[in-house]
Design a protein around this ligand. Structure first.
Ligand SMILES: [Zn+2]
Length: 284
């Protein structure tokens, strides 16, 4: 048995009583009448966001990623895309890009096991069997229902390293996907954004990414969307604390959002891939 900190034990306890919902999304080629972000759970359209006091988030990147390429401001590729989100909003700073936060890679078979004290970005060399193989990456999150919105308490990004290869080279014409483009999308989820609902809207939050697509900068839609999310006023109906007390148990929600590969991927054309999203209720 592995050692767990009290915080991990708390999160593990929470994980026992969660409702696991998947936010599924269809393929780029799907007709526009198909919902891009549908879920069997009707309440899943609630806004997701962090308490702003948690910002700027320190995002720990697995040290087996190669993101070392620096820009003229000495920001590595991860810091560059985080900085792009920061630039979208003059009222708050979403990510701490003051230094590089790294961590040893973590590989688990259950998403709940990632619920620890570090918001991280990891590589899965063995992809989760309950998520479609056509999924490039997911953002897994833990949130608490606050009535009119869901407060994010933890999130991680996990890259599908089993099926796909990733590159930092924008001229790469192999089958690799642009890693910073995947990251800017997942970081949008990490701070609460869902997918763009119209395939004609330029956005890094489109639900799919093609090989050779390079989208490392935000579109106008993305900047507006993140500002609107955090400028919105929600009524708060539950305690701000993580305390779990008998008879007043907060409701935690664990879900994930995925980024799909385009239809050129052979794995993606597996018909089963689109059908993997089902509500999975954990007993408590
Ligand atoms: Zn996504």
């Amino acid at each position: 048995m592995k050692f767990q900190t009290p915080n991990q034990q708390l999160l593990r306890y929470i994980a026992i009583s969660i409702l696991l919902v998947g936010t599924s999304c269809n393929v780029k080629e799907a007709s526009s009448t198909n919902a891009l972000s549908s879920s069997p759970n009707s309440t899943s359209s609630a806004s997701l966001r962090w308490n702003s006091a948690r910002f700027p988030l320190k995002v720990y990147v697995a040290n087996n990623f190669d993101l070392s390429e620096k820009d003229s401001n000495s920001r590595n590729l991860m810091q560059q895309v985080q900085h792009n989100w920061n630039e979208a909003d003059s009222a708050r700073t979403y990510f701490d890009v003051s230094t590089e936060y790294t961590v040893a890679n973590k590989e688990y078979t259950e998403l709940e096991d990632f619920l620890d004290s570090e918001v991280g970005i990891y590589r899965a060399s063995s992809w989760f069997s309950f998520i479609g193989s056509g999924v490039l990456a997911i953002t897994s999150y833990l949130a608490e229902d606050r009535g009119s919105y869901r407060e994010m308490l933890h999130a991680d990004i996990i890259i599908n390293d089993e099926i796909f290869t990733f590159t930092n080279d924008t001229t790469d014409n192999t089958s690799a996907y642009d890693l910073p483009s995947v990251m800017i999308h997942e970081l949008g989820h990490l701070i609460g954004l869902k997918h763009t609902t119209s395939s004609s809207t330029p956005s890094v939050m489109q639900p799919s990414l093609g090989r050779h697509d390079v989208q490392r900068s935000l579109q106008a839609y993305d900047s507006v969307a993140i500002r609107e999310l955090y400028n919105a006023t929600f009524s708060i109906s539950a305690s701000e604390t993580l305390a779990i007390t008998a008879g007043n148990k907060p409701r935690y929600i664990h879900g994930y959002m995925e980024l799909r590969a385009d239809g050129n991927c052979v794995h993606y054309q597996d018909g089963k891939v689109v059908e993997v999203h089902q509500v999975k209720v954990k007993s408590n």
